[in-house]
Design a binder for this molecule. Structure first.
Ligand code: SF4
Length: 55
């Protein structure tokens, strides 16, 4: 079931509802790989889990 509060286009994540581009988790963890994040590209969804090939 989609979480209407979390839109996400990362369809290779197993938590993504591809058809509607929403996350299905109740809560996600967002982090950064930069010392001083300044643009959106500096942030990461740490709840990402790669979709496996066969479900
Ligand atoms: S866990 Fe993160 S990357 Fe995966 S669908 Fe949810 S918001 Fe997107």
């Amino acid at each position: 079931m989609k979480n209407p509060s979390i839109k996400c286009d990362v369809t290779s994540c197993k938590h993504n509802m591809d058809s509607e581009h929403y996350c299905t988790l109740d809560c996600i963890q967002v982090g950064t790989h930069e010392k001083n994040p300044s643009v959106p590209e500096c942030t990461d969804c740490l709840s990402f889990t790669k979709k496996s090939c066969c479900g």
